[in-house]
Design a protein around this ligand. Structure first.
Ligand code: ARG
Length: 467
């Protein structure tokens, strides 16, 4: 799609009535949004077709003019789609580029399209339609990511790994349970997306410049034609808020934060030191100097994309925070933030879905790590409470002495002899060894939402039914 900037200085054909001369070159440059808002061409044309159809239905324009307008708009749509449309910066934005081309194609009837509307409600409409479609796409992509995690969780419902707090080995968990933690996070992100779709599902067109219009328009008709639940209820709010875009960015930032934590875990897990997972060749890169290396670049970039998304959110919040009602041109700066964040989020979700599906899980490494670091110490304390009737605080103290002894002997808790353990507390019997293995530890944690394989399977079927 070419952009021409060769037009001579003349007053604007859309609003030039009271202007003697055209804009300064710098004015044109700072004012123009066509470089980025041409992305809204399909939404703009869809909105104009619905608007013209409603105007004719209400007897505001003739049906002959409506037919010419709709035909012309469809021609423009195929011109743009096939790359045969010349965008002009002198015509500022997508709305005026399309309207000017319509005038060339169909003559004076084109001038009737802008009856009972303004670019203020037009841009609010186009942008809402775009964000709505993007949210729907995000919803589908999150569903794909959740499905990838459900498959891995099912496969690894019994695989033990260390659970961490402070990135120090805490208690054994199952890898399936860890995967399901991400299912919960991305499930909440997806429900935030669904709520955002509900919030923005109101049609702005017909709010006109800010005050509504004296023409007998039917805003319910255009709302329905454009797939919105209903028209917006306040024309000033309609043209002056961009909270739907900010809501998209907030959701993207939260989902980005989740994706980034996952990326960070993958970076750590794929180091030779951890060796918990091996990324597929498809999602890693080599080093040009160190032949042995396999780098988790995709995960690192997912982690970094989150920074861009956060930047977009803060940028738009800052752009909007000082604006008096209703429209101000500042609001034109909303689109690039949203377009950039949407591209980053899509890429991040797609890359993560691929990595999660493709990575090889090293269950032997995970299991070995799960048993190190006295990870079943809590199980020993719980056993003393349950079987020997000790108060938990005393059991904690006794266990601490057992850990110190094992540490001094350079062995695991399960490797201490019964006489060693009985020297620490006489109530200990050989039954204690049943809880000191990592498998016994995870199997015992059957509390609702706990890490026992039986619980993890319940969580998986809960989510399968909702995905
Ligand atoms: N390009 C403009 C934008 O993105 C369209 C709305 C222009 N409205 C106006 N009153 N100048 O916001």
């Amino acid at each position: 799609m070419a952009e021409s900037n060769t037009d001579t200085k003349s007053s604007n054909q859309m609003w030039g009535g009271r202007f003697a001369s055209g804009p300064d070159a710098i004015m044109e440059e700072i004012n123009a949004s066509i470089g980025f808002d041409k992305k809204l061409f399909a939404q703009d044309i869809r909105g104009s077709v619905a608007h013209a159809t409603m105007l004719a239905h209400q007897g505001i324009i003739s049906s002959d003019d409506k037919d010419k307008i709709v035909h012309g708009l469809n021609t423009i749509l195929s011109e743009i789609e096939s790359g045969n449309f010349e965008f002009s910066r002198r015509l500022e934005d997508i709305h005026m580029n399309i309207e000017a081309r319509l005038a060339t194609l169909i003559g004076p009837a084109a001038g009737r399209l802008h009856t009972a509307r303004s670019r203020n409600d037009q841009v609010a409409l186009d942008f809402r339609l775009w964000v709505k479609e993007e949210l729907q796409k995000t919803e589908r992509m999150l569903t794909g990511l959740i499905a990838a995690f459900l498959d891995r969780a099912e496969e690894h419902a019994e695989s033990v790994m260390p659970g961490f707090t402070h990135l120090q080995t805490a208690q054994p968990v199952t890898f399936g349970h860890h995967c399901m933690a991400y299912v919960e996070m991305f499930g909440r992100d997806r429900s935030r997306v669904r709520h955002a779709i509900e919030h923005l599902d109101e049609s702005p067109i017909g709010a006109a410049a800010l005050a509504g219009t004296g023409y007998p328009i039917d805003r319910h008709m255009t709302a329905k034609a454009l797939g919105f639940r209903e028209p917006t209820r306040n024309s000033i709010d309609t043209v002056s808020d961009r909270d739907f875009a900010i809501e998209f960015l907030s959701i993207a930032a939260i989902a980005g934060m989740h994706l980034s934590r996952l990326a960070e875990e993958i970076v750590i897990w794929s180091t030779p030191q951890f060796g918990f997972v091996r990324l597929s060749d498809a999602f890693s890169t080599g080093s040009s100097i160190m032949p042995q290396k396999k780098n988790p670049d995709a995960a690192e970039l997912v982690r970094a994309k989150t920074g861009r998304i956060n930047g977009s959110l803060i940028a738009l919040l800052t752009i909007m925070k000082g604006l008096p009602l209703a429209y101000s041109k500042d609001m034109q700066e909303d689109k690039e933030q949203v377009f950039d964040a949407a591209e980053s989020l899509e890429l991040a979700i797609a890359a993560m879905t691929g990595m999660v599906r493709d990575m090889t899980v090293n269950t032997a490494r995970m299991k070995a790590a799960a048993g190190s670091g006295f990870s079943t110490a809590t199980d020993l304390a719980d056993w003393l409470v349950r079987e020997a009737g000790l108060p938990f605080r005393d059991a904690h103290h006794v266990t601490g002495r057992a850990v110190a002894l094992a540490e001094s002997k350079g062995c695991d808790l399960a490797e201490l002899s019964l006489s060693d353990l009985q020297a620490i507390h006489s109530a200990i019997t050989d039954k204690v060894y049943d809880v000191l293995t990592v498998e016994a530890s995870v199997a015992s944690r059957k509390s609702f939402g706990g890490t026992a394989p039986s619980e993890v399977r319940k969580q998986i079927s809960f989510w399968r039914a909702r995905n």
